[in-house]
Design a protein around this ligand. Structure first.
Ligand code: R5P
Length: 310
């Protein structure tokens, strides 16, 4: 078992290798002057099970291409099998045609990764569970819910909690968290009048005097969460905590969160945001490395990954 680090999240790769007590594969990844990716693997990997770790976060196209080229290099170097560890799987939100004549990019990206030569995928909180079926190779989809539940119990320690889904698509995830912390759920009826804008239409459930825990897979522009927090406060909620797996945090998202009615936003390091949030007083990061490395160990040893969540 060996781990090859892509360049999208070097800190996470090092943390994973440390947890596994392994050295990262000796490799060299750079860009040609025109931006093309170049990779060289500087050690023998013939016959090894290789895990290549790369989030397809911003710049999504560059990071995706780097992942594909790493997989190609591994395949041509006679790796026994290649697991693409994609902590944040980008392009996942385009998983169906919501309006006519659009692409299903999640399927295209799945095809690209498979055709490059990956034998297995390991990811965290895929935007939609059915993306697993876009691949014709095994996919292990991990969940950040146990990490969030532990944080709520040990750090937030509040009574009168209610878990809130910021849209109808997130209900299953919200229910999973509510079961772990023993709370009820509320659902926000969100509308997107155009891409990148969101509006709260209604809240299903009583949030008055409750400490709200919003849970979602992605925060991008921050619009969904900031609007949700305001709507909950307008309905008499006490404090609003937000738990998000993938902090995409585009544009002015961090500033929006700082100025919002959110008490605290807790996220993971599937995407490297250390610079963006350095000055934030509200954002806290929990490490996903122990969970990913444990899953990698179980894949390498052919033992159960799902039992991690029981
Ligand atoms: C949508 O289905 C996702 O789960 C997120 O709620 C969405 O991507 C967040 O985007 P933004 O932060 O730009 O509102």
């Amino acid at each position: 078992m060996k781990v090859l680090a892509g360049t999208s999240n070097s800190k996470l790769c090092k943390d994973i290798a440390r947890q596994l007590k392994l050295k990262l594969v000796n490799s060299h990844i750079e860009r040609f002057a025109d931006g093309e990716v170049y990779i060289e693997i500087n050690e023998n990997i013939r016959g090894n099970s290789i895990f290549v770790v790369q989030s397809t976060s911003n710049p999504a196209n560059d990071n995706l291409m780097e992942l594909l080229i790493c997989i190609d290099a591994l395949r041509r170097s006679s790796a026994k099998n290649i697991t693409a560890v994609i902590p944040y799987f980008g392009y996942a939100r385009q998983d169906r045609k919501v309006v006519p004549r659009t692409a299903i990019s999640a399927k295209l990206v799945s095809n690209l990764i498979t055709n490059a030569g990956a034998n297995r995928i390991l990811s965290v909180d895929l935007h939609a569970g059915q993306i697993q079926g876009f691949f014709d190779i095994p996919v292990d989809n991990l969940f950040a819910t146990p990490i969030f539940a532990r944080h709520i119990k040990n750090k937030i320690k509040l009574n009168n909690l209610i878990c809130v889904s910021p849209d109808v698509g997130g209900v299953e995830r919200t229910r999973a968290l509510s079961r772990r912390i023993n709370s009820n759920i509320a659902i926000i009826d969100k509308r997107r009048p155009m891409a990148g804008k969101s509006e709260v239409m209604n809240i299903v459930g009583n949030v008055k005097n409750k400490n709200c825990v919003i849970v979602d897979d992605i925060i991008d522009s921050g619009g969904t969460i900031v609007n949700a927090a305001k709507a909950l406060k307008d309905k008499g909620a006490k404090d609003v905590y937000v738990y998000i797996t993938h902090a995409v945090l585009s544009g002015q998202a961090v500033e929006k969160i700082e100025k919002s009615q959110i008490k605290k936003l807790i996220t993971t390091d599937t995407i490297d945001n250390s610079k963006k949030i350095a000055k934030s007083k509200k954002i806290e990061i929990l490490s996903i490395a122990p969970m990913i490395s444990e899953a990698m160990k179980r894949i390498a040893n052919s033992t159960s990954v799902s039992s991690l969540f029981k």
